[in-house]
Design a protein. Structure first.
Length: 319
């Protein structure tokens, strides 16, 4: 049986597809997302507490490099095989180079349930992979744009503000802030919060995924079959990218739990940070296409099929 939290995603997806009146109030969803991000950061910081001296810089740099390489590799695939315009290709590549916090939360729950070994710095992977793809694809957009157009518009100021917005976005602030607080205070200092936040982590995740199931159904109805190449890309790409994460994990000699997390993040696509940044920096990009691919197809494929399969692959390789 899959993890119980995945059943809540399936319930939300089914409710959305049959057009049920089930809905999670926006205020509750906002609260859930804030608590989930903060809890993930705290868990990672607690894992780092007392282990900072053991951080491997090479490992962290390799993870960051993966965030740059994936979108640059996907860009020509999107322009030549999927046959979409350069602007939308840049947008979608940025979404797939960045990562999904929801997928990260699910895979961390799977690792914990299975008792797989994690390195303390594994939680940092989410933060390290969040921004590089957005930054490099915004640079590519500027590079491909005409120099005259760039010089005649306040583009530099806009790009600077977008970078500031990405670095100070809610998700990044909560994750990084949670990691710092967890690292400074450790399990003892966070003991008063443990029953509510850490003890209720799976409950938060289950309700969050229920809403994600409802949102996914909305994005996919009706399914735009004229974009069949993009739909195929969104369904197949996660399995290819997962092997990129596995390969890097094996090269770094990571334990099985850390390899699984890296594979899951590599296979995921952003539907929070990337849309906000791309919408502000490249207003002509069709964000709907990116959301269709990342949230409508890739997210459910990963949660329902990919994550159990990635775990099977990792266990076979590391056995």
């Amino acid at each position: 049986m899959p993890d119980i939290v995945i059943a809540f995603f399936a319930l939300g997806l089914l409710a959305g597809l049959v057009k049920s009146d089930l809905k999670v109030p926006p205020a509750i969803y906002e609260t859930l997302s804030i608590l989930l991000m903060l809890t993930l950061g705290l868990k990672g910081g607690m894992a780092l507490h007392g282990h900072t001296q053991n951080l491997v810089i090479t490992e962290l740099l390799a993870v960051i490099a993966l965030g740059f390489i994936i979108p640059l590799a996907l860009y020509p695939v999107l322009t030549r095989l999927v046959r979409i315009g350069h602007t939308d290709a840049i947008s979608i590549a940025a979404h797939y180079g960045s990562v999904s916090a929801g997928t990260f939360a699910v895979v961390m729950a799977m690792v914990e349930k299975s008792g797989l070994i994690l390195r303390p710095e594994t939680t940092l992977y989410l933060v390290l992979l969040e921004l590089p793809a957005i930054v490099v694809m915004l640079w590519l957009h500027r590079y491909l744009s005409a120099k005259k157009a760039i010089e005649s518009s306040p583009k530099n100021e806009t790009q600077s503000s977008v970078l500031h917005e990405a670095l100070t976005s809610r998700g990044v602030v909560l994750l990084v802030g949670g990691v710092v607080i967890g690292w400074l205070y450790g399990p003892t200092g966070l003991a008063p919060l443990t029953p509510v936040l850490l003890g209720g982590f799976k409950t938060l995740l289950a309700l969050f995924l229920l809403e994600m199931g409802l949102v996914t159904a909305k994005v996919c109805l009706p399914l735009p079959l004229k974009q069949w190449r993009l739909l195929v890309f969104a369904a197949v790409t996660p399995f290819v990218l997962a092997w990129c994460g596995i390969a890097v994990g094996l090269w770094l000699d990571l334990p099985s739990g850390s390899i699984l997390v890296l594979a899951a993040l590599s296979a995921s696509a952003s539907y929070i940070a990337a849309p906000a940044a791309i919408r502000a920096a490249i207003p002509e990009a069709n964000i709907g296409l990116a959301m269709l691919a990342s949230l409508g197809i890739t997210f459910p494929v990963n949660v329902l099929i990919g994550l159990p399969l990635y775990q099977h692959w990792v266990m076979l390789i590391t056995a």
